[in-house]
Write a protein that binds this ligand. Structure first.
Ligand SMILES: Cc1cc2nc3c(=O)[nH]c(=O)nc-3n(C[C@H](O)[C@H](O)[C@H](O)COP(=O)(O)OP(=O)(O)OC[C@H]3O[C@@H](n4cnc5c(N)ncnc54)[C@H](O)[C@@H]3O)c2cc1C
Length: 407
């Protein structure tokens, strides 16, 4: 049995970010990952905000040199696949709102591998093929039982993704709701924007469908309600795009995963423990992006772990500081969950289309006073929608809050 200052469960972006943060300050840090390879299996649309990619601490930087391992995966360039400066939001057939956010599509397995390499260079010990099966309290810290050796630590950071077991092992409540995401990676490029389709008339079980251009491929996926048939909906969604080339394109990879959809879990800490990223329900529940949020929340957990070691205090009083830091971060703003509830649960398909027709042609993430006034005037002309005017404003507000932290 080996003792560590910090054990991180999960070698995704959240866990690697937490580990980089603590190892950088000299804490003896171990990452445990159940899969044999970092970045696999892939479950991601691979879209990310350029602002976050360049500004967020612990993000791998796109200009890092490619090493042999990376070259094996991708023969040219870095993990950045394509710079995309426009987003389009299709609301049924009635309106197309836009956003001009600088984003990238990435090669996510490569991205995660860059983070892992950075973590190891910082001094992190990384154990693959090691699944955490139990966490027990001992007199000094936590005992982490795995499919291989057991380890102890003063602090465990649970970054084990959407179906987190560490959260349950520590007696905390996991996210109450999830959505399912499925995607085909197809050969060829069919759009120059990140396209989002909100088509509730045709697809009542779908939250949205996406078409993201990469370097040589396109990611086409759907996020659907639980207990619906994701692959069938994806195939129908592809047909609904009315593009014969897309329909006949070679599918090079099929991807599936779940995403927390109920917002941050009510309590993400206990003595000696913090949960971050998807494990703590920290995703944007309008667009379901979680890479940047995971990297940021992992960093916050790492910072609190450092402070705890400096003070020699690992009790709840210390760990609550992490919860407070998360709560004051923009991605936990309740307006995002509120907008999610209205868009996906409260508005009818007709109301979503009407909303789309109101914002047609506008950058929905930066509505100005003139546009807000026009929105109100349009609502005045349609008495059934006047009552929904506040809700429409909340959706627009949620979209604008998601500018940096959506994907
Ligand atoms: C279809 C789909 C499309 C998406 N598209 C986007 C997008 O375009 N942009 C975006 O920002 N986000 C997207 N997301 C969300 C994003 O992928 C996640 O938010 C992100 O991966 C969260 O990172 P994480 O490190 O918290 O969790 P994960 O990436 O899930 O990493 C958790 C790690 O923990 C490991 N693990 C789990 N249990 C154990 C255990 N008991 N012991 C040891 N290891 C364990 C897992 O193997 C995994 O490697 C998408 C998600 C899906 C499903």
């Amino acid at each position: 049995m080996t003792s560590f200052d910090v054990i991180v469960v999960g070698g995704g972006p959240t866990g690697l970010s937490a580990a980089i943060t603590t190892a950088r300050k000299g804490l003896n840090t171990l990452v445990l990952e159940e899969h044999p390879e970092i970045g696999h299996p892939l479950a991601c649309g691979e879209g990310i905000s350029a602002d976050k990619l360049f500004s967020l601490e612990n993000m791998p930087k796109p200009n890092e040199n490619i090493d042999k391992e990376a070259l094996r995966l991708q023969n040219q360039g870095s993990f950045v696949e394509r710079a995309v400066n426009a987003q389009r939001f299709f609301f049924g057939t009635k309106g197309v709102a836009t956003a001009n956010i600088s984003t990238f599509t990435i090669n996510r397995p490569l991205f995660d591998k860059f983070m892992a390499k950075n973590a190891q260079q910082t001094g992190v010990e990384l154990l693959l093929k090691t699944q955490v099966i139990a966490i027990e309290r001992i007199s000094k810290g936590l005992l982490v039982k795995t499919t291989n050796k057991d380890h102890t630590a003063n602090i465990v950071i649970g970054c084990d993704g959407p179906s987190s077991h560490t959260v349950r092992m520590m007696g905390l409540h996991p996210p109450a709701e999830y959505v399912q995401g499925v995607e085909y990676k197809i050969q060829g490029i069919y759009t120059d924007a990140l396209d989002f389709y909100f088509n509730f008339k045709k697809f009542p079980s779908m939250h949205y469908g996406w078409v993201f251009p990469k370097k040589l491929h396109t990611n086409i996926g759907v996020v659907v309600k639980p207990a619906s048939k994701p692959m069938q909906i994806l195939r129908e969604f592809i047909k609904s795009l009315n593009n014969k080339e897309i329909e006949s394109a070679t599918v090079v990879q099929k991807i599936a995963g779940i995403i927390p959809a109920s917002g941050p879990i009510p309590k993400n800490y206990s003595a000696n423990f913090m949960a971050a990223g998807d494990a703590a329900g920290l995703t944007n529940t309008i667009f379901y992006g979680g890479i940047s949020i995971g990297i940021h929340s992992g960093m916050l957990a790492g910072q609190v772990a450092i402070e705890a070691h400096e003070m020699g205090k690992f009790n709840e009083e210390q760990m609550v500081k992490y919860h407070e830091k998360c709560q004051s971060s923009p991605y936990t703003d309740p307006i995002i969950q509120h907008a999610h509830d209205i868009l996906y649960n409260k508005f009818t398909a007709n109301e979503v289309e009407t909303f789309g027709s109101w914002v047609d042609g506008w950058d929905i993430t930066t509505l100005n006073t003139f546009q807000k006034t026009r929105l109100f005037l349009k609502a005045l002309l349609k008495p059934t929608m006047l009552k929904k005017f506040r809700d429409a404003r909340i959706i627009a507000h949620g979209f604008s809050k998601s500018r940096d932290w959506g994907f």
